[in-house]
Design a protein around this ligand. Structure first.
Ligand code: AMP
Ligand code: ZN
Length: 140
């Protein structure tokens, strides 16, 4: 636990949150400034700033919890779907450096866009070059 981390403190019960699930490795609670009714944050109990810092078992538990909660969140709010996303690193807009998965209920004509709408598509490299670089960085 990081004493200065607000999400570690929510996990520890030191500061209040509207908790919707408590599991051995994961806690889920409502975002205090929701993008839509039912906006949930799912966090690992173990502090990690970004997903690359997490252990495989922690990642498994986190995404199992996200998958398990997606249906109940949608059902509880009468939503048509959910947008699920992670701001992974400060440069992406991540404001709290403790991994959290956003689950945001969605409705037709709710005025929000898809994940595609956040990017201006400023690409310059070929798919082949990018694929090669990522495979090399992965050690393949
Ligand atoms: P991100 O920009 O991905 O780091 O998102 C952080 C989210 O945490 C924002 O949507 C905030 O509204 C939310 N947040 C910040 N503090 C709290 C808190 N004490 N309880 C619940 N949600 C919070
Ligand atoms: Zn933390």
């Amino acid at each position: 636990m990081s004493a200065s981390c607000i999400f570690c403190r929510i996990v520890a019960g030191e500061i209040p949150a509207e908790v919707v699930a408590r599991e051995p490795e994961v806690v889920a609670f409502l975002d205090v400034q929701p993008l839509a009714d039912g906006h949930v944050l799912v966090v690992p109990r173990a502090h990690a700033a970004c997903i690359e810092d997490m252990k495989p078992a922690e990642i498994d538990a986190l995404f199992r919890a996200v998958t398990r909660l997606a249906g109940p969140v949608r059902k509880a709010l009468g939503a048509a779907g959910t947008t699920i996303g992670i701001n992974n690193g400060e440069a992406t807009g991540q404001t709290i450096p403790h991994v959290h998965v956003h689950i945001v209920p969605r409705w037709p004509d709710d005025g929000a866009g898809s994940i595609h709408t956040i990017f201006p598509r400023r690409t310059s490299k070929s798919l082949a070059d990018v694929g090669k670089a990522i495979r090399a960085a992965s050690g393949d």
